[in-house]
Design a protein around this ligand. Structure first.
Ligand SMILES: [Zn+2]
Ligand SMILES: [Zn+2]
Length: 100
């Protein structure tokens, strides 16, 4: 058994606290937690490639930004929505209120 040459799907390594391992059953790759930051991983939710950051390794099964429901992801989506709404007001179009 050896580590495969692919984009690893990192998840918390239960047998070795402080380490992350590849979720692929045929792959034995693992790495110390601090070293997976900035590395490519596949999302444990949708399988998309993304770069691991401090936020994502706080999860046992890291997910890409679009699958995460973190405050930052929500703020990012809300910001886009507000910008779009401001645009609609400026151009005289009707904007739906959603009670916020
Ligand atoms: Zn792997
Ligand atoms: Zn995803």
């Amino acid at each position: 058994m050896s580590s495969l040459r692919h984009i690893h799907t990192y998840s918390k390594f239960k047998a070795r606290p402080g380490y992350f391992k590849c979720n692929d059953p045929g792959c034995t790759h693992f790495l110390i937690r601090e070293q997976v930051i900035g590395k490519y991983s596949r999302c444990n939710e949708c399988g998309e490639e993304f770069v691991l950051d401090y936020d994502s390794i706080s999860l046992a099964m890291p997910k890409c930004l679009s699958c995460r429901s973190s405050k930052r992801a929500k703020a990012f989506q809300l910001g886009k929505k507000l910008a779009a709404a401001a645009f609609s007001v400026g151009s005289g179009m009707e904007v739906e209120e959603d009670g916020e």
